[in-house]
Write a protein that binds this ligand. Structure first.
Ligand SMILES: *Cc1c(COP(=O)(O)O)cnc(C)c1O
Length: 461
């Protein structure tokens, strides 16, 4: 086979892709006949595809390229680390500088009392670690029957069998099943499910499902509760302000462990280092990945509080990955965090980009098809609706309209994802105000083209 390069014709690349590459979360046969869009370069918030189009990436890849594309410092660090020590494990009483330095740096940034890091290769792996951590914790404390983890419908915690089981997405459960010992309560999705309640009353009610579930199962059987501070893949669902304080009250009252899945919300996304800080959550364990390395290397982990780490550490914990704390990934993550700190990127999100985007994002509600608009830090969503006042759903299958809107965005060189009929964004944290203007302009045009198309096809109902 000839060398495959960026200079091959797009159609040839697409044909090879279709012939050999199985895409995740994709109907591959259909994609094969349509042809994947092939990305070739990235710089800042901009991607270039194989046809030379310049696309603004409103999703930071998959919520991860927080410092933007094309930062050559990270490649320099990776090369240096590979040349010096490409790999060594941390299983058998050995360690190395990148893992040590990264763990110490994460402990410095994490909330008080969270000083220990167990490394993984991804968010899914880290959540698999968390299942074993919380069960082992209770086991070591002489309460091995405390095994059940309570999670939420429409939560996302990855797509391994463990992560997929914690997640509350029926489509994922349908493909391969789920493990025993995970149960789900309702999500705090006011727009779709709040009915006639006020957001605050609804947030309380959804949180109190946790208490009801604990009592129903018996607290002696419950190990932990897991939730994302803001649901990401579920559609950027921002909980009512009453929700997390009530969850915290219940977790404290019954003494179960609290896992905050910070894979998206960690490392600046919400305008603080961690989403738990933005929402006043006090977790025992935080899942991290994505923004930890800004996606430049695959790495994830669990940040563990002192008490849990002490119990786990009291004996051997039979768990770990070949690539836990991989030196190249750790060195790159460390360089990413150095840049985040040196360039005050969290403050840029909180004080500059968020306030500016918040106004413009809310401005999209002037469009007749946009109902809800939510934005926390730099993660946002809008609800597409045929009737805002009624918070109505479209009569077409859920996702039909969202998909059509996403196709318009794609055609207009804006990457904005759809979850059902919600449109979501999560741009690189380094986005400038001028780039926010471009993002909003393209979003408006795309929404409007979608709207006109729906009316033409008689689907705006
Ligand atoms: C992406 C994500 C995961 C899974 O991370 P992977 O690196 O894809 O395995 C877990 N939890 C949340 C909240 C995520 O957004």
């Amino acid at each position: 086979m000839n060398k495959i390069t960026n200079h091959m014709p797009t159609a040839e690349l697409q044909a090879l892709d279709a012939a050999h590459h199985m895409h995740p979360f994709t109907a591959n046969t259909a994609l094969g006949s349509k042809g994947a869009r092939i990305m070739t370069q990235g710089k800042g918030v901009w991607l270039t595809d194989s046809e030379g189009n310049k696309i603004i990436d409103g999703m930071a890849g998959l919520w991860c390229v927080n410092i933007g594309y094309g930062r050559t410092e990270l490649g320099d660090v990776a090369k240096r680390q590979m040349d010096e020590l490409a790999y060594y494990n941390t299983f058998f009483q050995t360690s190395h500088v990148p893992a040590i330095a990264l763990a110490a740096k994460i402990a410095e940034l994490a909330p008080e009392g969270m000083n220990h890091v167990f490394f993984a290769g991804s968010g899914s792996e880290a959540n698999d670690t968390n299942i074993r951590l919380v069960r082992r914790y209770w086991d070591a404390k002489g309460q091995p029957e405390k095994r059940i983890i309570i999670a939420r419908t429409n939560g996302y915690h990855g797509s391994t069998i463990g992560g997929g089981s914690l997640g509350g997405m029926s489509g994922i459960h349908a493909h391969g099943g789920k493990i025993a010992g995970v149960v789900h309560i309702g999500e705090p999705n006011y727009w779709a499910q709040g009915g006639d309640m006020t957001p605050e009353a609804f947030g309380l009610a959804r949180a109190q499902e946790l208490e009801a579930m604990i009592l129903n199962l018996g607290v002696e059987n419950v190990a932990a509760f897991i939730g994302e501070p803001v649901q990401g893949a579920g559609g950027v669902i921002v909980p009512p302000s009453s929700y997390w304080p009530e969850i915290q009250r219940i977790v404290d009252k019954y003494g179960i462990l609290l896992i905050a899945d910070e894979v998206i919300t960690g490392f600046g996304r919400t305008g603080n280092w961690f989403g738990s800080q933005s929402f006043g959550i006090k977790p025992h364990i935080m899942t991290i990945a994505k923004g930890l390395s800004s996606g430049y290397q695959p790495i994830g982990g669990s940040i563990v509080c002192d008490e849990v780490a002490a119990v786990i550490g009291s004996d051997e914990f039979n768990h770990g990955y070949t690539y836990s704390g991989h030196p190249v990934a750790a060195a790159v993550a460390l360089e990413n965090l150095r840049i985040m700190q040196e360039e005050n990127i969290v403050a840029h999100v909180r004080d500059v980009a968020h306030p500016y985007l918040a106004k413009k994002w809310a401005g999209l509600m002037e469009h007749p098809m946009v109902g809800d608009a939510q934005l926390v830090g730099l993660m946002g969503s809008i609800a597409l609706t045929p009737n805002k006042a009624a918070r109505a759903k479209f009569s077409s299958d859920v996702g039909t309209v969202g998909y059509r809107c996403r196709e318009r965005c794609f055609a207009n060189n804006l990457i904005m994802r759809h979850v059902g009929d919600r449109m979501i964004i999560s741009p690189p944290l380094v986005i400038t105000l001028e780039e926010i203007d471009v993002l909003i302009e393209r979003a408006w045009v795309s929404i409007d083209e979608c709207y006109v198309g729906l009316k033409g096809d008689g689907l705006f109902k």
